[in-house]
Design a protein around this ligand. Structure first.
Ligand SMILES: Cc1cc2nc3c(=O)[nH]c(=O)nc-3n(C[C@H](O)[C@H](O)[C@H](O)COP(=O)(O)OP(=O)(O)OC[C@H]3O[C@@H](n4cnc5c(N)ncnc54)[C@H](O)[C@@H]3O)c2cc1C
Length: 223
């Protein structure tokens, strides 16, 4: 899935589905189900409603994510999950930067705790987009010059702006993923991370459709 101007979201692998959750819960009685029927759907609804969360920890997902550092910084506050990220110490970073679409150039109004973001007049949006592009170009030129003149990558990277793209692998269980979606698809979350979170929704609703339906029904509260 392409996200933003250079980003992506790839589901590399996943383990488990709705039945995995049912059977994790049934472990209490040492019983198993072999297929999803009405009883099994009812059980998932019960687990979600009563916030019996641990059976939702059994399915896991591994994503590859390419996003601006600003997004990764928010993303990696989610501690329940495992991460491996590209290293600017070892690899020369590609000159790929987040340039928002004109419609996503916005202004912030309101007070802390009650901000809203409003679109800008098109001339302002264009001007800001150009200013960002010029700065990204200048930062890249300086980065390359510092490397050419012998400065170590781990030091030279200091002059790169946080709009640069990074890439990481994220392994996460379904419960932590629902917590991520609950927080990061919410209208108060930053637009850019919301786009990734919305993409994750599209992917996982195909894999755990019953869980997804119950999550929506119970107001997207993480179990
Ligand atoms: C709109 C928005 C604005 C934000 N603004 C800020 C900000 O200004 N500054 C800032 O620092 N952060 C901010 N955050 C980040 C936020 O505080 C969380 O760090 C982030 O959303 C991760 O959530 P989490 O802890 O639930 O997820 P995870 O770290 O994945 O944890 C999942 C769950 O595990 C449990 N858990 C994990 N670790 C612990 C622990 N140590 N102790 C007890 N229980 C634990 C909790 O139940 C938690 O909900 C913001 C987040 C959002 C969505």
């Amino acid at each position: 899935m392409k996200i933003l101007n250079h980003g992506h979201l790839i589901l590399e692998d996943s383990m488990g589905d709705d039945l995995t959750i049912v059977n994790a819960a049934r472990q209490s009685f040492n019983q198993r189900s072999d297929e999803m029927g009405e009883k099994e759907k009812g059980l998932i609804n019960f687990l979600m409603r009563e916030r019996h969360g641990t059976p939702f920890e059994m399915p896991t997902f591994r994503f590859n994510i390419k996003c601006p550092i600003t997004v990764a910084r928010e993303w990696q506050r989610h501690r329940i999950g495992s991460y491996n990220e590209v290293s600017g110490r070892y690899k020369k970073l590609d000159p790929e930067f987040y340039l928002p679409d004109l419609k996503d150039m916005r202004t912030q109004v309101g007070k802390p705790g009650n901000y809203s973001f409003e679109s800008l007049p098109i001339e302002d949006a264009k001007r800001f987009q150009e200013l960002l592009a010029v700065f990204y170009h200048d930062a890249t030129t300086l980065y390359e010059r510092l490397l050419d003149e012998g400065l170590a990558k781990e030091v030279a990277r200091s002059i790169l702006p946080v709009g640069i793209y990074t890439q990481f692998t994220w392994n996460v269980n379904l419960r932590a993923l629902l917590n991520f979606i609950s927080l990061r698809s919410h209208p108060t979350a930053m637009l850019e991370i919301r786009k990734y979170s919305n993409g994750i929704e599209e992917i996982i609703k195909e894999i755990v459709p019953v869980t997804w339906e119950c999550f929506e029904k119970h107001e997207r509260v993480c179990p």
